[in-house]
Ligand binder design. Structure first.
Ligand code: FES
Length: 169
């Protein structure tokens, strides 16, 4: 039996996950304004919201798929592709931008072998660009999950990334 693993703690076969999603969404049928809440919970179960999962939510809530897809694409906290276990965000706010943010992005793209917005093929990192993260005095800054790294230089990257392959330990 095949087991589907997603970036969240929820595991199970694809059929089990879809059953849970159907039951969960069906509980909210006819409850106005519940779509975002349902999508959050479904993303928690499945890990992300690909089109076939959006279709199931639309069916269970009795909404057009275009309504569900519109909400998913509008909010950045909804993902339509699987995410990595850890999220790297490089700040491209003004201070970080002028103090080396661009070359930091380029160095990370090279180290990870992906473009900003992508996820590494081993599923460890999703790499994104962020707006100011409030550490402007320590620009250029980046974060991995909730850890802030100040004044990052390209040469620091191997040492910063390394522990995260072991989940930050
Ligand atoms: S501009 Fe990067 S932390 Fe503020």
């Amino acid at each position: 039996m095949s087991t589907t693993q997603h970036a969240t703690t929820c595991t199970g076969t694809e059929e089990e996950l879809i059953d849970r999603i159907r039951t969960l969404a069906a509980n909210y049928k006819g409850k106005e304004g519940s779509l975002i809440q349902v999508l959050h919970m479904v993303q928690g179960v499945y890990g992300y919201l690909p089109l076939h999962i959006q279709q199931i939510v639309a069916e269970e809530l009795d909404l057009p798929l275009s309504t569900v897809s519109g909400v998913v694409s509008f909010y950045s906290f909804f993902a339509t592709k699987p995410r990595g276990r850890h999220t790297i965000r490089v700040c491209m706010g003004t201070a970080c931008y002028v103090r080396g943010g661009v070359s930091l992005v380029e160095s990370l793209e090279k180290s990870l072998g992906i473009q900003a917005g992508g996820t590494t093929s081993d599923g460890v990192f999703t790499f994104e660009i962020a707006r100011c993260i409030g550490s402007c005095g320590l620009a250029p800054a980046m974060t991995i999950d909730d850890t802030v790294y100040p004044e990052v230089k390209a040469a620091d990257l191997p040492g910063i990334l390394e522990p995260w392959y072991n989940d930050g330990k």
